[in-house]
Design a protein around this ligand. Structure first.
Ligand code: LLP
Length: 419
């Protein structure tokens, strides 16, 4: 459910016509709907009602300061994976006591910054990292609140690049060694062992893998209790998919799949949703430049490109493509929707059936709120697109379009002899 809807065959973001927005800010651009963000957060939060829980929005999905501010105002905490993300959260006014820090390669400076800020907990991903956190916190004369991230060794049935819970992935501590890790962590006086976390992957569209993971961690928590290690938090990660084309379960079913196996454990549940909160709250609007036909294929060449949205080529991801103005009747064609970047991987859709657009028409690449802008780049010296946040009838520019000076910021020309 989102608030990108047609009114008289014109696509609106809430009460803002995308055609008018395109005239104002140029194309391509990302546009997010605040009403959708609020709704998604509320529905997700309500799915855990009755259970002591904290939602830590996985801000890697979409990390614009205004978006973080809104999540913070809604009562969300944050899942971060770098000091840059920590700084973004703090700049947006987040409460550090609602931040968890995940990721396999944390640097000393990142650990120190997280401890300095006073975050809720650091999720430990390996033995050397556990010792490193202990050293850094010792130097700072603190005790670092940590949780161990368990790799539950299962197949979440998603794209291999975004699957993290199987035994050959770089994430988490192997299931068989978790108990030893806890025993070792308990012996390190600069660590305070507060939790257990897990995250099995992203864009997961069935509940089975989530309940399987929950069952596995339940066993661990119970064993730990038996040897006197009492935890406070159980971090169940993120990963619930959205309907790009698939049909994932609603948050209520997802939550009960996780909560039923672990009911009665008495731990505070931390959840790290990313995509499900923001994915369908954003679209990428792009303008058709040319229609190109070869002997064998048709191409719709648009001004957005893989540097703006890399998901189609990176994960074979499907994104619906909608006409912003569908008043004209177009013949149905089958075409690749491609950008101007010099790679064959630069496409938003392949062999897509669509009403034939004309040069100048606007297209909306749907479900582009998650892992869209944040994964965009300056490849081919393309300035990154602006981000617009619509709230009712108001469209706020929350990030300007980059310009040439932004592209070369930090670069220097050194004069070298040609030979
Ligand atoms: N927690 C941890 C530790 C994570 O690594 C992730 C995502 C999340 C939470 C949030 O997962 P979500 O609820 O968004 O599925 N760029 C890829 C997705 C990468 C996900 C990385 N980790 C894509 O565009 O599909």
């Amino acid at each position: 459910m989102n608030y990108f809807e047609y009114r008289n065959d014109q696509l609106f973001a809430e009460d803002v016509a995308l055609t008018e927005l395109a005239d104002r800010v140029g194309t391509p651009f990302f546009v997010y709907s605040a009403r959708t963000l609020r709704r998604h957060f509320r529905v997700f939060d309500e799915a855990f009602a009755g259970t002591d829980h904290l939602i830590c929005y996985a801000m890697k999905a979409l990390s614009n300061l205004s978006i973080l501010r809104l999540f913070s105002a809604m009562g969300s905490g944050f899942d971060i994976v770098s000091v840059g993300e920590l700084q973004r959260c703090l700049r947006a006014g987040a409460d550090p006591r609602m931040i968890v820090f995940s990721g396999v390669g944390k640097a000393d400076e990142e650990i120190a910054a997280a401890l300095e800020a006073g975050i809720l907990m650091i999720n430990v991903e390996s033995r050397p990292e556990m010792h490193r956190i202990s050293e850094v916190s010792g130097r700072m004369r603190r005790r670092a609140p940590v949780s161990l991230r368990v790799n539950p060794d299962l197949d979440p049935g998603t794209h291999p690049h975004i699957s993290t819970g199987h035994r050959d992935s770089k994430f988490g501590v192997p299931l068989a060694q978790v108990r030893e890790y806890y025993a070792e962590a308990r012996g390190l006086e600069n660590l305070e062992v507060v939790g257990l976390s897990t995250h099995i992957g992203s864009q997961i569209t069935e509940t089975g893998p989530f309940s399987e993971a929950a069952l596995k961690v339940k066993g661990i928590v119970t064993d730990l209790r038996a040897v006197g290690i009492a935890l406070k938090y159980l971090d169940i990660g993120g990963g619930l998919g959205i309907p790009y084309q698939e049909n994932p379960p609603p948050p209520s079913e997802y939550a009960s799949a996780i909560l039923s196996p672990i009911r009665g454990l008495g731990l505070k549940i931390i959840s790290e949703p990313g995509r499900v909160l923001v994915g369908n709250a954003g679209v990428l609007v792009t303008r058709v430049r040319y229609l190109k036909e070869t002997d064998v294929k048709r191409f719709v060449v648009v001004d957005g490109a893989m540097n703006d949205l890399i998901r189609p080529v990176l994960y074979d991801a499907y994104h619906a493509i909608a006409r912003v103005d569908r008043r004209k009747v177009g013949n149905l064609i089958v075409a690749d929707v491609v950008g101007p970047v010099c790679e064959s991987g630069d496409f938003f859709a392949r062999e897509r059936e669509m009403p034939e657009p004309a040069a100048g028409d606007l297209l909306a690449v749907m479900s582009a709120g998650a892992y869209g802008f944040v994964m965009s780049s300056n490849y081919n010296s393309r300035p990154r697109a602006p981000e617009i946040l619509v709230d009712g009838a108001t469209a706020h520019v929350i990030r300007e379009r980059e310009n040439f000076e932004d592209l070369i910021r930090g670069e220097r020309i050194v004069e070298l002899k040609a030979e």
